[in-house]
Write a protein that binds this ligand. Sequence first.
Ligand code: TYM
Length: 336
Amino acid sequence: MSAHEPLVFSGMQPTGNLHLGNYLGAIRNWLKLQQQYRCIYCVVDMHAITVDHDPKALAQATREVTAAYIASGIDPKRSIIFNQSQVTAHAELAWIFNCVARVGWLNRMTQFKEKAGKNSEKMSVGLYTYPVLMAADILAYRATHVPVGDDQKQHVELARDIAQKFNNDFGVADFFPQPEPIITGPATRVMSLRDGTAKMSKSDASDNSRINLTDDADTIAQKFRKAKTDPLPLPEAEAELKARPEADNLISIYAAFAEKGKQAVLDEFKGAQFSTFKGALSELVVARLSPIAGEMRRLLGDPAEIDRILHKGAEQARAIAAPVMAEVRRVVGFVS
Ligand code: TYM
């Protein structure tokens, strides 16, 4: 049993539009956790500059992601919401962790390999050490639980390794907790609407591959209509979805929004053609997302209020990280 108080930490990059994958894989689980635990939800703007970026667009995207959190139901009175760059502990701890993590560990990170492809020599050093900053995000607060989509599992595991090596190297058993990834729900990996074997992603060149949280009803319906499928009607049993990635993805999205299991959705739609099912799916998704998009628009009408929320959240975050960082400096041997 860890002696650490349960604390939830997670974050999202302010790069481009948030989409269904971000919502179902992460934000929806964050909402449930805030009922029960102390939660910190960060807009990770320092991660966003690991690739080329436009400063104006970054500031706008930071406010949009904040608005998306709040519009989805993250309550700034209950949970701490702030942007990473306002709390310097993240950068400071990331440097110390850069000296704890091993090059071999980072060489195994699949996300860097995917993002860099054959161009790894031309990528920023920040993109390479990105998962180390992520470990610092989590551990600056001694967070114990990290709700994320499936694609972030390896990064949270790296944070566990870094925590353990720090504790061992400096002889401070249990100084940092071993953060647990929380990857739950029927849609931990939402796939592209154009290719059932690729993850839905902000960086996909085709906007038709994803449903953005701000898409209007017609756009959502059109994207689902165009979504790739196979020619067969929907199957009877969940096991049959394994060989049909596009069908599996659409059923998973429906199941997640309807808060049902995939089998229960198939019981309702077995034998149906995709055209029928896609109509029902669009209706359900529009009903769930349009209030969020409306609330986002309202919040974005008052950017000063969003900045106030981020400011206040940053103050609260600093207060939690400060005693941890004071101890870290002492343990490492920095004179202060
Ligand atoms: P990011 O910004 O890429 O994604 C934010 C969250 O959305 C989840 N997600 C998905 N879930 C299901 N299906 C998808 N297609 C899909 N696409 C994205 C991600 O798993 C994530 O939970 N490195 C992180 C941000 C981060 C962070 C942290 C997370 C920085 N520091 C500390 C947790 C703790 C990232 O790039 O997420």
